[in-house]
Write a protein that binds this ligand. Structure first.
Ligand SMILES: *Cc1c(COP(=O)(O)O)cnc(C)c1O
Length: 409
């Protein structure tokens, strides 16, 4: 008799975005004339850079000629892209990464979710709260989360990030094994300083823990001194993997490409006491279960690193970050408390005194026809906040802020 992976039955239904869609649809049906502005979307809206489109066309043509046709590519990813990553994302920051430590993927969600394949099922988990749901759900599937007790998983350590601690998570007071950090953060839009990251690296080295560092929003950092990579911290190559994505950086949410860094210095002991390189295990895993990202997509990603590509991608990021600034300023002007939006495309907005996440979501929807994301949907510490994204159209951001000012006047 075939059995199923019972861990999947433990997953909480992720009602968040379905609930939002349903509430918006119901409102729209009752008020067909309403002009609804969506500031809850986590997807980009600007088109791909011309340099990327040019590279795609060229690569497509290569696929149409017997001389330049490409079939299966290397599982690690093509060398031209891994080389461009080493030279552009790491070398300028003084980080030396070998191209064999880079694994091209089809986006960071897959790898953040799959990385647990090569790690023991008895590892304990540590996450910041609120959090990108993939880290928890993939560990529920992997059997590491325990059971839900009062809304939290019994084997997961949550480090709350709230106003009181300035959205800086405190280190756990006990050892944990797999630690997920995402900076700049989704959903709070906040970052961690070098000193704070140094504490996590020291903790991980002390306890033989693994940091799983999600740098999906690294390109949005604007302030000097905010680390772009965990490898800017001394010792991190011995305790951290890092996930990158071109989704938010260059509008690749539909094209699909990113990469994972697995340093060779990352060595853990097997139960038999042998030293095992995570780089080798991950390579073995990828060679078995993954056949690479499309050649044309890797050429498109390479084009991001050309002079033209860099400039165009920067323009798009600036467009989103101008949206973020417009929203921050308007929200602050009406007396609301705003976090994030400086080094990330997310604004973490405190709801007015005594108003819960869902209640404020409803007020924004019904009073000014603006859709947000209730913060509590990202974890218990998100209660009392909503998330707004800067990924919309400029006119929509401006109009939403006009409505907000009129409403709160
Ligand atoms: C959007 C996002 C990603 C990127 O996912 P892709 O699969 O690369 O599109 C990764 N991590 C976080 C926290 C995100 O918000």
């Amino acid at each position: 008799m075939t059995t199923i992976n019972e861990n999947f039955l433990k997953l909480q239904k992720n009602y968040l975005f379905a609930d939002i869609a349903q509430k918006v649809a119901a409102y729209k049906e009752a008020h067909p004339e309403a002009d609804i502005i969506r500031l809850g979307i986590g997807d980009v809206t600007r088109p791909l850079a011309p340099a990327v489109i040019k590279a795609l066309h060229k690569a497509v043509d290569e696929m149409g000629s017997a001389d330049t046709f490409r079939g299966y590519g290397p599982e690690h990813g093509y060398e031209f892209l891994r080389q461009a990553i080493v030279e552009n994302d790491f070398a300028p920051r003084g980080i030396s990464i070998d191209k064999d430590e880079i694994f091209i993927n089809d986006g960071a969600k897959s790898d953040t979710g799959n990385f647990g394949d090569i790690l023991g099922t008895d590892n304990s988990i540590c996450v910041t709260d609120p959090i990108y749901p993939v880290y928890i759900d993939s560990n529920v599937m992997g059997g590491r989360a325990g059971d839900i007790v009062n809304g939290s998983w019994s084997k997961i350590t949550y480090c709350p990030c709230n106003e009181a601690n300035g959205f800086v998570p405190q280190l756990p007071d006990h050892a944990t094994d797999m630690i997920y950090l995402c900076y700049p953060n989704n959903p709070t839009g906040t970052t961690l300083s070098r000193e704070e990251l140094e504490k996590w690296v020291a903790y991980a080295l002390k306890h033989n823990s693994l940091l799983l560092y999600d740098a999906a929003y690294e390109a949005y950092i604007t302030r000097e001194g905010v680390p772009h990579s965990i490898y800017e911290i001394e010792g991190a190559k011995k305790c951290a993997v890092e996930f990158h994505s071109y989704s938010k950086t260059a509008g690749f949410t539909g094209l699909r490409c990113g990469y994972t860094v697995v340093p060779k210095e990352l060595v853990f002991k097997s139960k038999r006491g042998e030293d095992v390189q995570l780089n080798q295990l991950w390579n073995r895993r990828q060679c078995t279960k993954f056949n690479g990202t499309a050649y044309i997509v890797q050429r498109a990603a390479e084009a991001i690193y050309s002079e033209e590509g860099k400039r165009e991608v920067r323009e798009t990021i600036d467009y989103y970050m101008t949206n973020a600034r417009i929203m921050r300023e308007a929200l602050t002007e009406v007396g609301l408390k705003v976090y994030g939006g400086v080094d990330a495309p997310y604004i973490w907005l405190k709801t007015p005194e005594g108003v819960g996440s869902w209640e404020f979501f409803e007020q924004l929807l019904t009073q000014i026809n603006v859709v947000s994301t209730p913060g509590v949907g990202f974890g218990p510490a998100g209660e009392g906040f909503i998330r707004l994204t800067a990924f919309g159209k400029r006119e929509d951001c401006e109009e939403a802020m006009r409505r907000l000012k009129n409403w709160l006047k």
